[in-house]
Design a protein around this ligand. Structure first.
Ligand code: SAM
Ligand code: SF4
Length: 337
């Protein structure tokens, strides 16, 4: 029997997030600069190589695979990758899913559902079309809404992820909650993390100024709803409350106000084959070299195990004392959130 992947802090690693491209058709201000230099295509692993890598992880005990990016659905032929990975569903793999900005979902929802995707995370921070355009720089709210509708028609459960931004979507808190209820979608808020371009304030996007601690968001929610803390965890960093008046569950991902590292079960693979053992640290392991060096999988498996043995205890993000600490220089699109 294969020995599972267990890190030095006795955490079983059974969740792999894969960024299949660093490219995106949006330029969200907290994620990318307007003028990004992307990796030359030749640097990228081919989809076949990504499939071999992911298959190796599944053999080593990974049960959940989340495809992300950049925007995963802008990678050419990405459906073939989903179709390939779906062969592992029920055969080691419990869940195949993705995080998307929703821009391409209207055409991809049905084939993704056919490939076994049952749940999907769509990132959306505002219900105001002008604000949506401003925060994504290039996106269209209407198109994303059409994508969400297509996903639901195809039978997928949709979860909305919204980055909590002070002075931006704080005024829309109750609208977002009401919309999620009306559309029967789950909703999770995320604290903005200090990654990549921190903004210089000239366009109003100084990251620290936008930081809206989720404990304040919760306090605002509590002015209208009765919040019941829920115990259940999804194996992820989110914590949940139930709104008693509506029965909705609202998630909170709070890397800054509440450190969730002790239960971390995941690692992140980039489209060039770098494995990041922690979202908030710079250390990574190159898996492309062992992948390409041999057709045999043993050197690759050894490299994966050696990387897991280096997984750090946690990140060092910290906004206390009104300054940013623990930031990492890469953009979120590099590791896919
Ligand atoms: N393009 C896809 C999308 O937007 O869903 C997948 C990749 S995106 C990098 C994954 C998630 O990271 C999105 O929900 C996005 O809002 C979030 N994200 C990006 N930059 C962030 C930051 N600085 N702090 C917190 N979340 C961030
Ligand atoms: Fe693209 Fe997602 Fe980053 Fe927005 S958050 S720029 S959609 S990768």
């Amino acid at each position: 029997m294969t020995v599972p992947l267990i890190d030095p802090f006795a955490r079983t690693i059974d969740y792999l997030r894969v960024s299949v491209t660093d490219r995106c058709d949006f330029r969200c201000t907290y994620c990318m600069s307007e003028h990004m230099t992307f990796l030359p295509k030749k640097e990228l692993l081919t989809l076949e190589e990504l499939e071999r890598l992911c298959t190796t992880f599944v053999r080593l005990g990974v049960k959940k695979l989340r495809i992300t990016g950049g925007e995963p659905l802008v990678r050419r032929n990405i459906l073939s990758f989903f179709e390939g990975m779906s062969q592992h569903l029920g055969n080691g793999l419990d869940e195949l899913t993705l995080t998307t900005n929703g821009s391409q979902l209207d055409r991809f929802a049905a084939p993704l559902a056919a490939a076994g995707v049952r749940r999907i995370n769509v990132s959306l921070d505002t219900l105001d079309a002008d604000k949506f355009k401003a925060i994504t720089r290039w996106g269209s709210l209407d198109k994303v809404k059409r994508g969400i509708a297509a996903a639901q028609e195809a039978g997928m459960r949709v979860k909305i992820n919204a980055v909590a931004l002070k002075g931006f979507n704080d005024v829309e808190l109750f609208d977002l909650v009401g919309w999620a209820k009306a559309e029967d979608m789950d909703l999770t808020f995320i604290e903005v993390m200090p990654m990549g371009d921190m903004g210089d304030g000239t366009d109003g996007t100084l990251r620290l100024d936008q930081y809206w601690p989720l404990k304040n968001l919760r306090a605002q929610l509590a002015t209208r709803y009765t919040l019941t803390e829920l115990d259940h965890r999804t194996g992820g960093p989110a914590r949940y409350v139930r709104l008693e008046e509506t029965g909705q569950q609202i998630g909170f991902i709070t890397p800054l106000t509440h450190n969730f590292c002790e239960s971390c079960n995941r690692v992140r693979l980039t489209c060039t084959g770098q494995l990041y053992m922690c979202l908030g640290q710079e250390d990574m392991a190159d898996l492309r070299a062992p992948l390409r060096a041999s057709e045999a999988d043993v050197p690759l498996e050894d490299a994966i195990r050696a990387a897991i043995a280096r997984k750090p205890k946690g990140h060092d993000f910290d906004y206390s004392r009104q300054k940013v600490a623990g930031q990492v220089s890469r953009h979120m699109s590099h590791t896919g959130g």
